[in-house]
Ligand binder design. Structure first.
Ligand code: 5AD
Ligand code: SF4
Length: 427
């Protein structure tokens, strides 16, 4: 989501005549796109913003701007402007459409702007210029905001309520991307399964997927993120029956303990989640299922953590993002009793080790199998090697050169190393 928002900001800046440069000291403008989902993201952003001051000393005309979630937290934008007086522009999450105007104001009369609109029902801005940087894959927002208020999460406070783009706007942009030659489109939303609810659509995401699957062309579609409480059988049936929609679902569980899921306000139980996994696998045995998992949430005891480990062992995710819970000011969980840091540390190490072992085992099972891979890029290591993801989302390295990028290949997996697969093109 943030990467794509940076692409939108880059599109606006390019329309003003700016181009990318490699080094900060050469820049006329530095824009920080911030995140505040966990404390370390926020600390890193503040550290980087503070460090930019030196570049302004060398080049007093340098424009420094800050955007993204961090600015939108309860009066954080104003505090940021006070703490970093050398920052020229601070924009809230619904003020990106004002970036061009703010930059012009600094350029013409060094006018500083701190624009942070509240998140209540902002309009969706269509037709913003986008400077896409993600190679063969294009990101496509289908909705903004979140209604779920998981008790640990800052997103609903900094992004506001769910707002879906219309079916026509989404499918038009989708068709344009395919016409432009993108081979993979990732549909984005905090909870894509509730797409269209705010527009009065019934099962809007299933409708959207089936509309997109009808588009002609050689492409594949991914989507993220799915909330387990809203992923229904109709959606899974459409994914299973559409050859262009990847058998790959990111379905964050967060915890394997019913007690913790309730405290998190997730609206499902462990058994319900496991039954969803079973339903998905019965329709798509090869589906890559990934997750977000958290340890150290308030009140988490050893037996709750063991429930999480047990669930991870049962589901056998093909990948997982693992986090230590980080209290976010203003969210309900921040006022609950906190788990000691050393306990969380012990748990995250055990969780990561378990997940790594599972990924390694799954990788071994792919040896000898053939996967359809979209070549995305030159491999970071190895002359004459390229890499790309399989339909189920696994990264595969194989022989090729820059002309291979953007084509689909059937690749036979020869060997594996942890999460990485290595193969030979057979077609
Ligand atoms: N602390 C740790 N992890 C968090 N996430 C969201 N909020 C927090 C928090 N306060 C994780 C969740 C979510 C992912 C995007 O980030 O697992 O799915
Ligand atoms: Fe945050 Fe996702 Fe929960 Fe929304 S559904 S509150 S974005 S974790």
């Amino acid at each position: 989501m943030n990467l794509h928002e940076s692409e939108k900001a880059a599109g606006i800046l390019r329309s003003l005549g700016y181009e990318e440069c490699d080094k900060e000291e050469d820049a006329d403008l530095i824009l920080f796109n911030t995140c505040c989902i966990r404390d370390n993201a926020e600390r890193r952003a503040k550290g980087n913003i503070g460090a930019a001051k030196v570049f302004k000393r060398v080049n007093p005309d340098l424009i420094i701007a800050v955007m993204g979630c961090m600015t939108q937290q309860d009066s954080a934008g104003e505090a940021l402007a006070r703490k970093f007086p050398f920052v020229d522009i601070v924009l809230g999450t619904n003020n990106l459409d004002k970036l061009a105007e703010c930059v012009e104001n600094v350029r013409s009369r060094r006018k500083r702007s701190v624009l942070i609109d509240p998140c209540q029902n902002p309009a969706i801005c269509e037709d913003m210029p986008v400077y896409r940087t993600s190679g063969t894959n294009a990101w496509l927002n289908i909705m903004y905001g979140c209604n779920n208020f998981c008790t640990y999460c800052i997103v609903p406070y900094v992004r506001g309520r769910e707002r879906s783009r219309t079916l026509a706007n989404v499918t038009d942009e989708f068709k344009r991307l395919i016409d432009q030659g993108y081979k993979e489109v990732t549909l984005l939303g905090q909870n894509v399964n509730s797409y269209g609810k705010d527009l009065g659509m019934k099962n809007g995401f299933a409708t959207l997927l089936s509309e997109i699957a009808k588009v002609n062309g050689d492409f594949r579609v991914r989507f993220m993120t799915s909330h387990p409480k809203d992923l229904n059988e109709e959606i899974v049936d459409i994914i299973a029956s559409s050859k262009n929609i990847c058998n790959n679902i990111h379905l964050p569980v967060q915890s394997g303990s019913d007690k913790i899921l309730k405290l998190m306000n997730r609206h499902y139980t462990r058994d319900y989640y496991l039954s969803l996994i079973q339903m998905i696998r019965s329709k798509m045995p090869d589906c890559g299922i990934t997750s977000d998992i958290m340890v150290g949430f308030p009140y988490e005891e050893d037996e709750d953590f063991l429930d999480t480990l047990d669930l991870v062992n049962k589901v056998r995710y093909s990948g997982a993002f693992t986090f230590v819970y980080s209290p976010r000011k203003g969210t309900p969980a921040a006022d609950m009793p906190q788990v000691p840091a050393e306990v969380s540390k012990r748990r995250i190490i055990e969780l990561v080790n378990t997940q790594n072992r599972i990924v390694k085992e799954i990788s071994k099972e792919y040896e000898g199998k053939v996967l359809r891979v979209l070549c995305e890029d030159l491999a970071p290591k190895g002359e004459g090697k390229v890499c790309g993801r399989s339909e189920c989302g696994r990264m595969v390295t194989f022989d090729g050169d820059k002309n291979s990028i953007g084509s689909f290949y059937d690749v036979k997996i020869i060997h594996s190393k942890s999460a990485s697969l290595f193969g030979e093109v057979i077609k």
